[in-house]
Ligand binder design. Structure first.
Ligand code: ZN
Length: 193
């Protein structure tokens, strides 16, 4: 399978959300986790591309650069990685988003959500079960302009100092990457079954 991992934000000029207490940039977290997830997915025989490979890559500010990369390659799976942010510094938890409607993206999102929930049972899952599954739905650009089943993971709130500390931690990033990779392989297994 061809899997695209989309590291949210370009680094420069757009670092995404920033935790000023520890100076952590969303763009650095998303690339670190994408690189780790790539390693795990390559190890089980999949092809993987990152939409951003450099810590600062201005051309990736244009989201069509990212979706074109996936579509031109004929990607089978597209996963966008982000960190959440809110004015309320106590906001916390993880979310997985898909485009509206019931698509294979919902199935992909559910497996990723379940693996993240299993890996981090103490953390808060933020869900919307209105359509019968845990993912939330929105017309995010990268979700509606990719041909492949797609989802977007808001890994945790970088605006929350406790969660920012986790997002900055290499061991936690590695656990997150493995959880996402397991969600992907669970999804692929259902296609093959
Ligand atoms: Zn973001």
């Amino acid at each position: 399978m061809r899997i695209v991992l989309d590291s949210g934000h370009s680094g420069s000029p757009d670092p995404g959300a920033v935790n000023s207490t520890i100076g952590l940039k969303e763009s650095d977290v998303t690339l670190a986790v994408a690189k780790l997830a790539k390693k795990y997915l390559l190890a089980v025989g999949h092809e993987v591309k990152l939409t951003r490979t450099e810590w600062e890559q201005p051309e990736t500010d244009d989201l069509s650069y990212r979706t074109a990369l996936a579509n031109d390659w004929g990607a089978d799976i597209f996963i966008s990685l982000h960190c959440n942010s809110a004015a309320n510094e106590s906001a916390k938890g993880y979310e997985v988003w898909t485009s509206p409607g019931d698509t294979l993206g919902d199935r992909l999102a559910t497996y990723i959500y379940e693996q993240v929930a299993a890996e981090f049972p103490g953390r808060k899952g933020r869900t919307d079960y209105a359509d019968g599954d845990p993912d939330k739905e929105s017309r995010f650009y990268v979700l509606i302009h990719t041909d492949a089943p797609a989802c977007l993971v808001e890994m945790a709130f970088i605006s929350n100092d406790e969660e920012a500390g986790l997002l900055a931690d290499a061991a936690w990033q590695d656990r997150y990457a493995r959880a996402i990779a397991r969600g992907v392989t669970d999804y692929i297994a259902t296609l093959e079954g």
